[in-house]
Each structure stands twice: as C-alpha cells, then as structure tokens.
Design a protein around this ligand. Structure first.
Ligand code: GLY
Length: 321
C-alpha cells in the first residue's frame, strides 16, 4: 500500500512526546475486560515490536522489562491491591508480594516513547511513507466506499489523539457523530540521577517514577480536565514533587531537571475507539487514554489485519473501565 501520514504539528509531538512510557497492565487494570486483554496482549508484543522497529530503522530504543513495585500506606489500600492482583491473575498478569504493603509486577516495563516515535518515523520513511507535518486535516470525507478528502484514498485512519473528534467526518454526504475525544492533562517532572538509582517502576496510586537507561528519572502525574491549556502550573509541579519524594526520598534534595505536560486522549464515554466506523472506509484509533504507548503495537497489528482482510464492524469497542 502507499501511505501518507498527516499531522497538524509534528509526528508524535503531543502525548507520545509527553508520556513517561510506563508499560503497565499491572497498574492499569482492575477488571477482566476486552480492553484489559488488549493491554496484556500489547505488553507481550512489545519485545518483538521494539526488535522489528530497531531493525527497520537502525535507531536505538530504550526498552527495559524492569518490573514495577506498587506501594500502599494503609491496611485498607493493601487489601484492595491484593484483591486487584487476584482479578489480574485471571488476565495472566503476574504479581508477587515482596512484603506487606508492597506488590511486585515482574512483567511491567518501560520504553522511551520519543525513541519509539523517532524509530517509527525513520522506518516509515524507509518504507516510502509520505510524512506531511504541519498539515492539519480540516475534514475527512468519504463517498461511495472511498476517501475523497483530504485526498483520494482507499481508506483513512483517524488517530489524532485528544483532537480526534474535532475533525468533521462525513460518509456519503452524512455527517458522522464521533464519540467525543477529551483531553485529560497530566504534568510530569524529571531529575538527572545516576543509572539504576530507581530500579523498577515505583508506583503508589496516581504517583509513579520511571527511569530511563541513561539515568533520567521521570515522575508523575495528574489528571486534569482543563481543556488544552498548555501552561505548566508551578503549584501542581510542587505537589507532584512532594508525592515523588515520599516514594523515593532522595528526590526531596535533588533539583528538578524539567517539568512538562501532555494531553491524554480520553473520550466522553470512557471507551477507546479502535476499529471501523460502521461499514465506511474510515477507521478509528483514538481514546486510549493512559495506555496509548502500551497499546501501539496491538492497535497497529489489529487494525492492519482488519483493514487487510476488509472485515466489517468494530474490533474492540472496549470501555476503559
Ligand atoms: N500512563 C501513565 C499516565 O498516563 O499518567
């Protein structure tokens, strides 16, 4: 197939650039659902995804199956974490009690999403994909089984993250009601530490610490419904730093290297949109919220299979919760 990628900004320049890269079915699932199964499936695909992408691009990707340690403070939090781990076992998510209050997830991992995007870009260019940056798609129009706008094509995939539903889609002259995409802002901070200082991913509730192989240590986060406000809020940053220092006490005396934010692509009904828009030539890949980086190989593989075999219907109308 010949493929063109349109991006209003730069490829992977929004949430893929901002994300910490925690690949954590263990931290993201508390029920047995299709969505949860796709997280586990994508985590299993990651090593071969990284290997293939590195081979195709020649670009290194920082990927470590370092596991994650999850902490609790109270007896009640601990009981609920152990109960969650029981449910997760039905999905094949392994965990082990390190000591009361601490659960270890050996299969959770970390990837640098900026490495993934860089490698994807090179691999795509080598395969002849036309990359059109700084070119917003103002409308997606399909007529009689093919795409007409923004250019004639057999099909199109709408994957514009938190902006997805702001692109009007019409099929045979009828405006389509897409599930509304909603940005959920998250702040992150980083510190320069020596390699291996943080060990596995550290988590407690909404607070987490992830370390890159070069020592860069990233901590987050927040869940803010504030639209697309890009101003980094120093009060929020200070609160995250306090939470991080409780997880890794040496951070209390380590100067912060930087702070930034990103817009998680959530949806108004909490359902990830992955699959075909009715029987049209429009496919959807948005609303993966906290798990877009983790789900990338699964979404790519599954959508490619569905498109290649021209099946109809949605492939995973799965709710986030
Ligand atoms: N995946 C972690 C987050 O969205 O904060």
């Amino acid at each position: 197939m010949s493929v063109a990628v349109y991006d209003a900004g730069t490829i992977g320049g929004e949430s893929s650039w901002a994300g910490a890269g925690m690949l954590a079915p263990g931290g993201e699932t508390d029920s047995v659902s299709e969505f949860a199964r796709s997280l586990v499936a994508s985590n299993a695909l990651y090593p071969s995804f990284v290997e293939e992408l590195t081979a195709e691009s020649g670009a290194p990707i920082d990927f470590r199956r370092c596991g994650a340690l999850e902490f609790t403070d109270t007896e009640e939090e601990w009981r609920s974490l152990v109960a969650r781990a029981e449910i997760q076992r039905q999905l094949g998510i392994r965990s082990e009690i390190r000591r009361p209050g601490e659960l270890f997830y050996p299969d959770d991992a970390v990837v640098d999403p900026r490495d993934v995007v860089r490698a994807l870009r090179i691999a795509c260019q080598r395969l002849g994909v036309e990359i059109r940056e700084g070119e917003p798609v103002w409308a997606l129009r399909a007529e009689r089984g093919a795409i007409l706008d923004p250019r004639p094509a057999a099909f199109a995939i709408l994957a514009a993250g938190a902006w997805s539903s702001s692109i009007p889609v019409s099929v045979d002259g009828e405006a389509q009601q897409l599930v509304r995409s909603v940005p959920v802002r998250g702040h992150l901070v980083s510190y320069d530490l020596e390699k291996d200082a943080a060990g596995p991913v550290l988590r407690k509730g909404a607070t987490y610490i992830v370390q890159r192989s070069n020592g860069l240590t990233i901590g987050g986060s927040t869940h803010e419904h504030v639209g697309f406000d890009r101003s980094v809020n120093p009060v929020i940053v200070a609160d995250i730093e306090r939470r991080l220092a409780r997880l890794l006490p040496r951070l209390a005396s380590t100067p912060r290297a930087s702070a930034w934010l990103g817009f998680r692509p959530f949806t108004e009904n909490g359902e990830a949109q992955t699959g075909r828009l009715r029987s049209s030539p429009v496919y959807l890949a948005y609303g993966h919220y906290r798990n877009g980086i983790l789900l990338a190989p699964w979404i790519g593989k599954t959508l490619a299979e569905v498109i290649a075999s021209s099946q109809t219907g949605s492939i995973s109308p799965a709710a986030y919760r």
